[in-house]
Design a protein around this ligand. Sequence first.
Ligand code: HEM
Length: 453
Amino acid sequence: MTPPKPPSRPDRVSLWRYLRLFRQDILSAQPERLYRAWMAEFRTPFFRSYMCNDPALVELVLKDRQDDFPKSDRIGEGLRPLLGNSVFVTNCETWKRQRRIIDPAFEGGRLRDTFPAMWEAAVAAVDRLAPLANGEAVEIEAQTSHAAADVIFRTLFSIPIEHEVAGRVFHEFREHQRTQPVLNLGAFLPLPRWMPRFHRRRTKQTAKVIRRLITQLTADRMRAIAAGTAPDDLATKIMTTADPVTGDRFDTGEMVDQVAIFFLAGHETSASALAWALYLLATHPDWQDRVAEEAAAVIDPDRPDFATLSKLRITRDVFREALRLYPPVPMMVREAACPEHFRDRDVPKGSQIVLSPWHLHRHERLWDRPDDFDPGRFATENGKACLRNAYMPFSAGQRVCTGAGFAMAEGPIILAMLLRAYRFEAVTDRTPMPVAHLTVRGRDGIWLQLKPR
Ligand code: HEM
């Protein structure tokens, strides 16, 4: 069975219709030809944008000349009340300094120290699902969100999601999203400066509550660090790391901005990837059996072991394939800081450059059977080549996702633990249709039935 893919819009539509479709869902607002095009141009009265699917152009924008293609200052306007001046939205020197302080906490060696907390969150996710494993339909995105938020709190602040403050942040965040029903990827396209920004009062309020709760956690941690009683987790690591260039550290306010983005970028994305991976396994029972066998052979839930990760090869390929078909961040936008000439086209200064993992990962001129689920593809010549130049669920270059290594540990371990414990089946007549909210989600959720193995 071919995994669900949103219908494309007709090739030619009016600007008005395009903007309306775009507001509803950025994926189905695109024409079919983008799955074959190397580059495409969109003109609106507000901005000109160019989607680049040619791997050489993607490389140029994200890696070779990334300073010439910054994020627009107007990007993420809808998110600003929550994210403040976090690393996701900053540019130039501020961004570079923030990354110098944050990156060491996510380095490979550090992942080994973080891993036991991920393991505990995976065990907790298995326990949480036990009462639901009776064959009834379960909306699995809610469950994977819970698990991914748990991972963030355990690794960052050494507290589980059941902790009062952690639980409230998670709850308030859901409220925050409910207040912004149109907060889809459209929020990432820069509207003209003169257009007023409407942050609804309720949106601002929930953002304020979330930030107050995070401030409480961060200020407590600042005091514990000063008293020498802080646990050795990601928050302590980041808050005690001095910028090697300037020697300064994050103050509480700056750390709150970063925690907000770790929470947002770190749990929405992983939750989406896990939910789609479970759906794909539910609809491909042969692969499900292989993951379950691998998990049974290598995992002992009572003995957290970092080496397990390298043994979960099939599970990792399944997770990778889920990230290919349903990249949680389906598109990214940059701005051309100077005039460019791309593939025989002039690209004026200020144009929006759209990089689309969604289209690149399903590009018909790059991938064999691009719409099929086949984790075995990564062992083929085509799969290996595409992994190098047509696969970017975490973006690429200097601005690559800080949590890429983290996510590639968290995803497979949670997936393996769940598959070791339960068998997942798709619910008849409830095929999820992908839509791009903040991340790629099922339009009406992703519904599965599960039973103990
Ligand atoms: C499957 C899981 C994840 C996916 C697919 C993902 C994807 C991405 C992508 C595509 C970007 C670049 C966005 C852009 O340039 O516009 C990004 C940035 C970022 N991600 Fe992730 N992410 C994941 C998990 C995480 C986790 C677990 C964390 C932290 C705990 C994290 C933290 C960040 C941060 C801080 C940035 C901003 C980096 C910068 O701009 O310098 N992400 N992520």
